[in-house]
Design a protein around this ligand. Structure first.
Ligand code: GLN
Length: 470
């Protein structure tokens, strides 16, 4: 078993070989310097604490800006939450504190998670550490960028339809999304409740084994968190992986396809068989996802009305509708408005059966098809994203529908609530690409085993190694 740098750091802290406070102070100075240009953090903590005991003793932990941290601005990348300081910690945050982790700051994201490039963010534009003219991916762009530049650190992120995998692939780090219901959503600012999952980004699969048991488990505060089989990270044999032809057949980037097939060959050398499989409903994942996600988002955002949550309206003498419209018009970004309209339309009487109910049926069918596909194979595999991290000027020329369509590889496991992982699979023009593995419900252990096999074959590159050693 390899010892990761994170494990070595934690053991230095617990054994008293490292002055945790000095380390964190120095690290914060470096992070502040970097953040002025990289804008990966929405806000950095003044004095991170952490403890000298516990499974995460003194380890710097960042948290995506939509996960509540008591007393610290938690704004989900939105202007409408500019003044919000949560009066409580999200369950994941309190578990991390109990385990001794040092919360260092919140990471930038697309407003409420709406996006694929972290360009819809009110608190900065996170830059890809591999090339600052390019996107970190979204919506957890800041979390992925931070993981790519920080050596001893773990990022807590969240995915609704690929927001962990996409930025992990673009920033060359490991992104892990657990089974829906494995990690409590209590204290997460909702995007779409039936899809949202809290997960993590690390620099190695080994680091996942430290953090996942800490954040997992049933939480009485979250009705959708589940009584669950324990997270089993013992080594498992991975005999065969399936490659869905509906996913691979829609990728046009030659370099990504070529690197993916090379990766499959490397897995074969390790005794893992691979075969093509078919999951026909995958063709409909994008429309089904955007209808369901927007429908839920549009109801979730209704509470930010200028009176109940978020920024308060000032003009009490205005007409009823104008009062609510004023705050929402000025404080929601363009993409949030687009999704409110899309979602409201999809839920409207008269259209409900045609869109919303149909999307629910597709989701159900997709889950059944996934279950069938997993008979005889351990995991499904594809590249994580169909393109290399794009430049910001290229993104400006993309229509919203073009951007939505780019999620076709990452949306399916999210729709079905299946655990998945993205790991760096290679580099083209010095930019990272990701490989995506999907497991059946509650079979996170298979992802960790396959990840370990993969990491025997692949050396990851990181553009920067910020740390607090002098
Ligand atoms: N790109 C997807 C969307 O915009 C996924 C975002 C997410 O997982 N939060 O909805």
């Amino acid at each position: 078993m390899t010892t990761s740098e994170v494990m070595a750091y934690i053991s230095d802290v617990t054994q008293g070989n490292l002055d945790r406070k000095c380390y964190l102070e120095r690290l914060m100075v470096r992070m502040r310097e970097q953040n002025t240009k990289m804008e990966l953090f929405s806000k950095l903590h003044e004095k991170p604490q952490g403890k000298s005991e516990g499974a995460l003793a003194g380890l710097p932990i960042s948290v995506k800006d939509n996960i509540c941290v008591k007393g610290f601005p938690t704004r989900a990348g939105s202007k409408i939450l500019r003044e919000y300081h949560p009066p409580f910690d999200a369950t994941v945050v309190s578990r991390i504190r109990d385990a001794g982790g040092a919360f260092v700051g919140t990471t930038n994201m697309d407003e409420f998670g709406f996006g694929t490039f972290s360009t819809n963010c009110a608190y900065g534009l996170p830059k890809n550490p591999f090339d600052t003219n390019r996107s970190c991916g979204g919506s957890s762009g800041g979390a992925a960028g931070a993981t790519a530049i920080l050596k001893n650190h773990i990022a807590i992120a969240e995915s609704t339809g690929g927001s962990i995998s996409c930025p992990a692939a673009f920033c060359g780090v490991v992104g892990f999304t657990p089974t829906y219901g494995r990690v409590s959503r209590f204290g997460l600012i909702d995007y779409a409740n039936s899809l949202d999952k809290i997960g993590v980004m690390t620099r190695s699969v080994e680091d996942l084994r430290i953090i996942l048991p800490i954040i997992s488990g049933r939480d009485p505060n979250d009705m959708t968190s589940q009584v669950q089989p324990p997270l089993d990270s013992t080594e498992k044999e991975i005999r065969k992986i399936g490659i869905p032809k509906e996913l691979i057949g829609n990728i046009t980037d030659k370099k990504i396809l070529e690197t993916f097939w090379q990766a499959i060959d490397k897995m074969r050398q390790e005794g893992v068989d691979a075969e093509e499989v078919s999951i026909p409903t995958l063709e409909y994942s994008i429309p089904a996802y955007y209808i369901l996600a927007c429908a839920e988002a549009s109801t979730n955002l209704a509470k930010f009305c200028g009176m109940r949550y978020g920024l308060e309206g000032q003009h009490f003498d205005s007409m009823y509708n104008n009062f609510f419209t004023e705050v929402r018009s000025s404080a929601f970004g363009q993409e949030a408005k687009r999704r409110i309209m899309l979602g409201t339309f999809a839920r409207m009487a008269g259209y409900r059966d045609q869109y919303y109910m149909k999307a629910l049926r597709i989701r159900r069918k997709m889950i059944e098809e996934f279950e069938r596909a997993f008979k005889g194979i351990a995991l499904l595999a594809s590249p994580t994203m169909p393109l290399l991290p794009p430049r910001f000027d290229e993104i400006e020329d993309m229509s919203p529908a073009t951007v939505y369509a780019l999620d076709f590889l990452t949306v399916p496991p999210n729709l079905a609530g299946l655990p998945h992982i993205s790991m760096p699979m290679g580099y083209a023009n010095d930019l990272p690409m990701g490989i995506h593995l999907i497991a059946p419900h509650w079979e996170e252990g298979r992802l960790l085993s396959a990840g370990r096999i993969w990491e025997r074959k692949m050396e990851y590159r990181f553009p920067m190694d910020l740390e607090g050693f002098s």
